[in-house]
Write a protein that binds this ligand. Structure first.
Ligand code: GDR
Length: 319
């Protein structure tokens, strides 16, 4: 049987790595676009032992010409756009890079598919950051965007870009509006990894350090990354393209996360210190998903609960 082809832009990140693994299990031929094949950059793919099973294409800078050539040559059934600048805090420092990296590649892909008249399904990774602060906290596909960070605004633009191509050119492009999702493949810039790393070092070292964090009162909808790539796959392989919110529907503060981990490892909460260095210029106070649509239309349901997720992060990292 002919194997389906998928191209993943941003294959070396947390979601790209888990998605590669999933698509390989589903017998896809997986192609990945990456800026660098440097071993350090491939550590998540290596950890999942998938690097040798995928075809990596090194592209230093995306352009319309390069994307046209890649799509023409590979003629993929599916494209996943997971590339770009994914740190909300960094987006305050470099909003232009955030805007460009989260949109230009996607724009080239959409133009290429339109010009080459392909039937390729495209997935674009959007973010709950687009919702910003809402009067009613549960956000669904109909909730108006109100982003408070450059990152959120860049993702909102990518959402509208995809929607425009779907509605005006009948391109089969879907948006997944993903809430926070964690795993051991998280980069250390993200808060769950930062906390787990602290615990790991605290237990090892005799010198007891403090952990400096920003706003720990924030409330988020946290899920398990491996389950979220299932959602991404379901969204993009569905016959009808559309927009889907992906989250658990449950709200927890960052402090809840810290309390579970510190209690488990017997670390006093007094070790937590608040530092302005990590407080963002602007921030969503609380954001939670209404995931009714994806449950009903695609039969996707997250199984891993917040406490299990927290303990799993700790366990997977320590052992
Ligand atoms: P986020 O993830 O910005 O929500 O974006 P992150 O883990 O960075 O922050 C989560 C919350 O924790 C608060 N926080 C801190 N965050 C970091 N990184 N470091 C700290 O020291 C710290 N102290 C408190 C933050 O203010 C924030 O409220 C993630 C990314 O994966 C995005 O790409 C994705 O789109 C969204 O989730 C949904």
């Amino acid at each position: 049987m002919k194997r389906k082809k998928a191209i993943i832009f941003g294959i070396t990140g947390q979601d790209g790595s888990y998605l590669s693994n999933l698509l390989l299990k589903k017998k896809y031929q997986v192609f990945g676009i990456t800026r660098s094949k440097n071993r350090k950059n491939l550590k998540s793919l290596d950890k999942l032992q998938v690097t040798k099973k995928i075809k990596l294409l090194e592209v230093k800078k995306l352009s319309q010409k390069i994307i046209d050539q890649i799509i023409k040559k590979l003629n993929p059934e599916e494209i996943y756009y997971l590339a770009g600048q994914s740190s909300v805090s960094y987006s305050f420092e470099d909003p232009i890079d955030t805007y460009l990296s989260n949109n230009s590649g996607l724009f080239y892909i959409l133009e290429s598919i339109r010009n080459q008249k392909k039937k390729t399904h495209i997935y674009n990774s959007v973010s709950s950051e687009c919702f910003g602060n809402q009067k009613y906290n549960l956000c669904n596909e109909k909730t108006d965007f109100n982003p408070v960070s450059p990152y959120g605004r860049s993702k909102a633009l990518s959402f509208w870009l995809s929607k425009y191509y779907r509605e005006n050119y009948k391109i089969k492009v879907s948006n997944g509006i993903l809430f926070n999702h964690e795993s051991i493949l998280r980069n250390k810039n993200f808060v769950t990894k930062k906390i787990v790393n602290f615990v790991k070092n605290y237990k090892k070292s005799n010198k007891k350090e403090n952990l400096y964090l920003g706003n720990i009162k924030v409330v988020r909808d946290w899920g398990w990354a491996n389950e979220y790539v299932e959602a991404i796959y379901k969204i993009n392989s569905n016959k009808i393209s559309g927009d889907f919110v992906v989250g658990t529907g449950k709200a927890h503060s960052l402090y809840d996360f810290i309390k579970i981990i510190f209690k488990k490892k017997n670390i006093p909460l007094s070790r937590i210190k608040i530092s302005n260095k990590f407080v963002r210029p602007n921030e969503i106070k609380k954001t939670v998903a209404n995931n009714k649509k994806i449950k009903k239309v695609l039969n996707w349901k997250p199984e891993i609960k917040f406490k299990d997720m927290t303990l799993k992060l700790l366990q997977d990292e320590l052992f």
